[in-house]
Design a protein around this ligand. Structure first.
Ligand SMILES: O=C(O)c1cc(=O)[nH]c(=O)n1[C@@H]1O[C@H](COP(=O)(O)O)[C@@H](O)[C@H]1O
Length: 274
């Protein structure tokens, strides 16, 4: 299987650099004139897939919004994943998993093994049980050409308490970035092991030269802008993938309006020229 980093580079080349989060919030279902039930969840999510999966490089369904409807919600998530991939988008499943190694293996089997019903191109992972606890996921990525986006500097205001804590040689986030740099060493055009760095983070002193991609949430509804991409990533901005959920989803339920919102997002990044 072609490595995820190579597949991401190809998708960006063809479709530009923008990720749409498919997050069916209860408030958005209401805004779209839908009920808060599983039929509405399906209608919402598949409308977004129809609108954006044929045009953006990456979609990012956040699992919690599907899980809250139980097994029938998970069945909708399976369709979102399969139909998005069939339409040519890479699927980054936002599950933020992390556990002891033996359980991480089960998460790898659930999300990264191509024979699983929830198999995705990449997932988000939390390294805060120790980066090495993610080893089974890293191995699965090597085996199946999948990708991992590891939380480094998240977009929420509570993140710095843990992520900016000093370890002696630098910050906790810096240690996570070091691990990613090591995993991506020598990969071309870019490695498969990404970092999550929010568009809302303030100034930082981290070395973001990890030869890997960045998922950049916090863009749009949380206040992040294209100017923040240049500010935060500097020369590493080429592989920074801004991700927006609510700002795009608010354009629905009209399919054309949703697609236009996604295309505007892609153009804004392109115009930035970094
Ligand atoms: O991993 C993520 O995607 C993520 C990391 C982070 O630091 N901040 C963050 O907001 N997210 C996710 O990105 C999405 C942000 O949604 P909007 O604020 O509506 O664009 C949600 O699905 C969050 O769970």
């Amino acid at each position: 299987m072609t490595p995820f980093g190579t597949r991401l580079a190809q998708a960006i080349e063809e479709r530009g650099r923008f990720c749409v989060g498919i997050d069916p919030h209860a408030a958005l279902l209401k805004e779209w004139g839908l009920d808060d039930d599983v039929a509405s969840l399906e209608r919402f999510a598949l409308t977004v897939v129809e609108a954006v999966a044929p045009v953006v490089s990456v979609v990012k369904p956040q699992s919690a919004f599907y899980e809250r409807f139980g097994s029938r919600g998970i069945a909708v998530l399976e369709r979102v994943i399969a139909e998005s991939r069939a339409a040519g988008a890479l699927v980054l499943l936002d599950v933020k998993r992390g556990d002891i190694g033996s359980t991480s293996q089960a998460y790898a089997d659930a999300y990264l093994d191509p024979t699983s019903p929830l198999a995705s191109d990449a997932i988000t992972a939390s390294p805060y049980l120790g980066f090495g606890s993610l080893d089974p996921m890293v191995d699965a990525c090597h085996q199946h050409g999948a990708g991992l986006f590891v939380l480094a500097l998240t977009s929420n205001k509570e993140g710095p308490e843990v992520q900016r804590a000093q370890t002696g040689g630098g910050t906790v986030a810096g240690a996570m970035l070091d691990h990613l740099r090591h995993l991506n060493a020598g990969a071309t055009p870019v490695g498969s092991f990404g970092a999550v760095v929010g568009a809302t983070i303030g100034d930082h002193d981290e070395d973001l030269d990890i030869n890997g991609p960045f998922l950049v949430p916090g863009y749009g509804a949380q206040g992040g802008t294209t100017a923040d991409l240049a500010r935060i990533f500097g020369t590493s901005a080429r592989w920074a993938l801004p991700s927006s959920s609510r700002e795009v989803l608010q354009a629905g339920p009209d399919v054309t309006a949703l697609r236009d919102a996604a295309l505007r997002g892609t153009s804004a990044v392109q115009e930035l020229g970094v």
